[in-house]
Design a protein around this ligand. Sequence first.
Ligand code: R5P
Length: 298
Amino acid sequence: MTATIFALPGNEVLAASLAHHLQIKVGQVVFHSFPDGENYVQILDEVRGKEILLVSSLGHPGEKFLPFYFLTSTLKDLGAGRITLITPYLPYMRQDQRFKPGEGITSRYFARLVSQIVDALITVDPHLHRFHSLGEIYSIPTQVVSAAPEIARWIHEKIERPLLIGPDEESEQWLSAIAAQAQAPYEILKKNRRGDEDVSVSHIKTERSEDRTPVIIDDIISSAHTMIETVKELRSAGYPPPICIGVHAIFANDSYQELKEAGASSIVTCNTIAHPSNQIDLSESLSQCVFEMGKDGS
Ligand code: R5P
């Protein structure tokens, strides 16, 4: 492959790892934020006619989006060819319907915007719930990488007799895949969310067994209240401190600390968003996806 890979700030480690797997060059770009908050972008490589891979996890999209937009616009202005966005975390997937009158369906609006800016998109486990595929809202080619094989491998290597717990019905899609690959039993709880930080989960039914280590798995850890309430439920049912695994380490405000204090024995995430809890590396799965996408030109 002869593409050049560029990283938005915070994505440099993953971009370097992808460049290593794909044997391609990392492009140099200067980002600067002026005192008034405006963004500056300068590309230091020749990009005319080149295929571009752009790595940018888009958690906290309010602050990430303009630098991303300015970089892609500059690349196009300078004559770059096809731009594939590798956004291991794809935001705005949860507002997928009008829950209350007057609300916007921001999943759709965000998808429309991104589809106008880049030519293709690769992401990891987007929060598909009411939409069943990204193609329902994105008009560009998209590919989804599943974190399940690497999570299952991590569990298989590190935990002797795991019991996997999904905090809500949405988690069943990835939990069942992980359970099958890790050959572990699992239970899905029911979640009731009344507000951003007001969550409760149903009681666990699986009988406690002394030698099983509980492992809670979810896609996104944002306020961490889903995880915190699940940890509390397991602890009050007499389970040992559980391991918490999330795909996307958003960790808003002090939620990482709060989850630790709630009684998680350890917190492990995939490297879709750079965070100290990253222990599960998806760079090989992502580069394989880039490679396959390049082969069939989709
Ligand atoms: C939603 O259903 C997702 O799968 C997660 O459970 C949710 O996004 C976690 O959010 P929080 O950490 O804010 O509870």
